[in-house]
Design a protein around this ligand. Structure first.
Ligand SMILES: Cc1ncc(COP(=O)(O)O)c(C=O)c1O
Length: 298
């Protein structure tokens, strides 16, 4: 059995001179505390898919990712807790015989079977019709890379639904990897409130198209209340430049809250930069969704 999530997740007000000078309020939505096995946006995106797997009688979950994917590990943990089989299709054939990193070792300990595929074949497997995979692994619920599908977007829409009194002064911020979390937050906002996603990879144009496609898939329409910041990816996916590391360490010292670097720290740095540059109108209330646990925990 999968333990229930601890919802609503806490909302923490932060006092910080950068925001005080700008006349802006800053809060953290602590989704990192949502669930011990499936924390952060993983819970928001996976929970409705697990429900779907149960309703449709699937006995296996299959998904895709790189060797460091926290999504792959979360799927393994959830499948294990629910008594389902799981398969992880992992990018990089050369990793098959290499010692497992922490993430893949944890996935295997949860019983996930790993299939390592050549980098050249990986993309077409992810975007293809999955017929070959289903033939190999049997009937299974196939979850996309990063877990972002229509059900996941509807799951993430529960995040703003947990924020009381949202209105025109509110800006709700989150990292953008595959776009499902931002798509859900934007869709769940009441009229007047806005969502800001911070790209964690070089993806200008591409990420906007992904979010729009997810809105169409989940709600059959587009939303105009969101945008993506492309100035804080730190050089690309998984990159943590020295300035970002320094910012995150100083934030941790000042506020006593551990910060995940590849997604959450980039988002926080973006809102600090916007506040410092005077790009947030005085009176704005910024809520940063903490979508994952600090590195090395969980
Ligand atoms: C901690 C964390 N935050 C944010 C994201 C990005 O979310 P999305 O893929 O929905 O854009 C991820 C990746 O899945 C993540 O691991």
């Amino acid at each position: 059995m999968l333990a229930p999530a601890r919802l609503p997740t806490p909302l923490t007000r932060l006092l910080d001179p950068v925001f005080e000078r700008a006349g802006v309020r800053l809060r953290l939505k602590r989704d990192d505390l949502a669930h011990p096995l499936v924390p952060g946006n993983k819970w928001r995106k996976l929970a409705p898919n697990l429900e779907l797997a149960r309703a449709e009688g699937h006995t296996r979950l299959l998904t895709f990712g790189g060797a460091y994917s926290t999504h792959v590990r979360a799927v393994a943990a959830a499948a294990h807790a629910l008594g389902l089989g799981s398969t992880g299709v992992i990018r990089g054939e050369e990793l098959a015989d290499a010692p497992r990193n922490r993430s893949l070792r944890a996935a295997e300990e949860y019983g996930m079977e790993l299939e390592f595929v050549p980098r050249s074949a990986y993309r077409s497997l992810v975007t293809g019709d999955h017929g070959d995979l289903v033939a190999r692994w049997g009937r299974c619920l196939v979850l996309p890379e990063g877990g972002s599908n229509a059900s996941a977007v509807r799951g993430a829409a529960a995040i703003p639904a947990e924020l009381p009194d949202l209105g025109a002064r509110d800006l709700v911020c989150c990292p953008v990897g595959t776009g499902g979390t931002l798509a859900g937050i934007a869709a769940g906002l009441p009229s007047g409130a806005r969502a800001l996603g911070v790209a964690v990879l070089r993806g200008e144009g591409y990420l906007e198209r992904e979010v729009t496609a997810l809105h169409r898939a989940a709600y059959g329409r587009e939303f105009a209340n969101w945008r993506i910041d492309h100035g804080h990816h730190g050089g690309g996916y998984g990159r943590v430049p020295a300035a970002l590391e320094e910012f995150a360490a100083a934030f941790e010292r000042r506020h006593g809250i551990g910060i995940e670097r590849r997604y959450v720290a980039k988002t926080l740095l973006a809102v600090y930069d916007l506040a410092e540059a005077g790009e947030l109108a005085p009176g704005t209330r910024v809520t940063v969704v903490v979508t994952g646990l600090p590195d090395g925990t969980g």
